[in-house]
Design a protein around this ligand. Structure first.
Ligand code: FAD
Ligand code: SF4
Length: 472
């Protein structure tokens, strides 16, 4: 067997000093030469361990073998049999924890795994550029289904149902379809034109998307059934931000990451003439260590912040964000204050002038240093405060990115819909809720998770709906 190159082929990126000042995509993707060379690293393992690490079971060795033969449409076809959003997943999936984590090159040969995500992105981007004509609309099967929410779970469910001839209507609360893919993940990581393409393909399949409809306010699930929908899929995500419950969280200049990112991504508040304001410049402290925290910090930087801190209570080893995003954030100059935790957000208050316009605004964050103690129930070492180690970071803006929960609106307006103690909708393996013909999936069930798991849940529910309504 020929020796394998030890490292993944690097993907070209915009240089950090340039990209820190623009919202264009950071990673530029493989060209043909790099993609073919990376594909050659794959051993084509018969037992397909990488595939077992993929939440939607893409036949990874098979699609890579097509790339090896420079049959990129063939590769795309294999991927799209299992995944509805390959151009999205190739960019944002935490591959290092999934398929690439299981790759034989890493587990048995002490080499870097194959760049599976980068190859997936290459095949999907190739298809976007080279595809001919529009998607064919399947013959109607006479059944009508409502999907609530247009995030990855809703889009995947709607797409699979439409391919089987269902008349599908997606009801979306916001004015734009895509869920977190449009309002949360920034343009520099996931260009919105890619999401728009996916939504357009659904339109070609016959899916109707109605925006500005909040199910539970504008219309209830029971009313959807009265209108003739035979099944409903709830893919409403987990958009309710968690806060720390420390003093100062209601000061001016404190945002939840969801609000901050929505203002920037969806409302385009970085543009000079945008109708939605956002605080730009100064010192910004982002609290948290996940993808959301990285996105908020890097967005604040691009909006003109002088200094951006990430305050995270565990160590670098426990940072839950994708490895590539952490590396990109470091290269861009984000200042990581690990093993420390905010205890108070300090506000400005002038003793002499109650009308000082700065009164009520953030002026700093008081933090305490932490050390790692015993492992918690998930096996992660618990952060413990070091007494007397408080210190203050000067800040004009504070962004809280410590997680989100499912919004209780649907539960509160749907009789008999069971949720767990974290607010997640309770479902069976097939995605059925405690209400007849009501299915759910994605973050609304699991709490904040990943694009691929949400997409997988949408596909599972689509299968179950097909079985329930068509008896197959
Ligand atoms: P969502 O994407 O949240 O979509 C739910 C949709 O439902 C929204 O459009 C919402 O407006 C709509 N909705 C809610 N309530 C109602 C209602 N009552 N009526 C009508 N519509 C409603 N995952 C990764 O795998 N990789 C990443 O790099 C990554 N980065 C992330 C960065 C950020 C900033 C965030 C916030 C999340 C990130 N995630 C990432 C997580 C991932 O985006 C989510 O797990 C995924 O989007 C969940 O999909 P979903 O369909 O369940 O919900
Ligand atoms: Fe290729 Fe790695 Fe999968 Fe083996 S485990 S088939 S080397 S990607």
């Amino acid at each position: 067997m020929a020796a394998r190159e030890p490292k993944k082929h690097e993907m070209p990126v915009q240089p950090p000093e340039i990209r820190a000042h623009n919202f264009d995509e950071v990673a530029l993707g493989y060209n043909e030469e790099l993609a073919l060379a990376e594909a050659q690293r794959c051993l084509g393992c018969k037992n397909k361990p990488c595939m077992q690490g993929c939440p939607v079971n893409i036949d990874i060795p098979e699609f890579i073998s097509h790339i090896k033969n420079n049959d990129i449409e063939g590769a795309y076809k294999v991927i799209s049999e299992s995944s509805s959003l390959p151009a999205v997943c190739g960019r944002v999936c935490p591959q290092e924890l999934q398929c690439e984590h299981n790759c034989t090159l890493g587990t048995k040969m002490n080499l870097e795994p194959v760049g599976i995500g980068r190859l997936e992105r290459y095949a999907a981007d190739y298809h976007r550029v080279h595809k001919n004509g529009s998607t064919e609309r399947p013959a109607p099967n006479g059944h009508k289904v409502a999907v609530i929410g247009s995030g990855p779970s809703g889009l995947a469910c709607a797409g699979d149902l439409a391919k089987k001839g269902f008349a599908v209507t997606v009801f979306e609360a916001l004015h734009s379809a895509g869920g977190v893919l449009v309002y949360g993940i920034p343009e520099f990581r996931l260009p919105k034109s890619i999401v728009a393409d996916e939504v357009r393909t659904l339109g070609e399949l016959g899916v109707e998307i109605i925006t500005n409809v909040i199910v539970g306010r504008t219309i209830t699930i029971d009313e959807l059934f009265e209108q003739g929908y035979e099944a409903v899929f709830i893919g409403t995500g987990a958009g309710l931000p968690n806060f720390m419950n420390i003093p100062g969280e209601s000061l001016c200049g404190v945002y939840s990451a969801n609000e901050f990112l929505t203002r920037s991504n969806l409302m385009k508040s970085y543009l000079d003439n945008a109708a939605t304001p956002i605080k730009k410049g100064g010192n910004v402290v982002v609290v948290g260590g996940g993808n959301v925290a990285m996105d908020a910090a890097r967005t604040a930087l691009r909006l003109g912040a002088e200094h951006v801190y990430i305050v995270y209570r565990r160590s670098f080893d426990e940072l839950p964000a994708r490895k590539e995003e952490v590396e990109h954030a470091k290269e861009e100059g984000i200042d990581f204050r690990i093993l420390c935790n905010p205890v108070e957000i300090v506000g400005y208050h002038s003793e002499n002038d109650p009308r000082d316009p700065k009164n009520g605004f953030v002026k700093g964050v008081r933090c305490i240093k932490m050390e790692l103690g015993e492992p918690d129930e998930r096996g992660r070492r618990r952060p413990v405060e070091i007494l007397g180690s408080e210190f203050e970071i000067e800040a004009d803006t504070v962004i809280i990115a410590i997680g989100t929960s499912p919004n209780p609106l649907i539960k509160d307006t749907t009789n008999g819909l069971e949720v767990n103690k974290r607010g997640g909708i309770v479902i069976t393996e097939e995605g059925l809720t405690s209400r007849e013909n009501v299915y759910a999936g994605g973050d609304a069930v699991t709490g904040a998770a990943t694009v691929i798991s949400a997409m997988g849940a949408g596909k599972t529910a689509a299968k179950a709906i097909y079985k329930a309504l068509c008896g197959e």
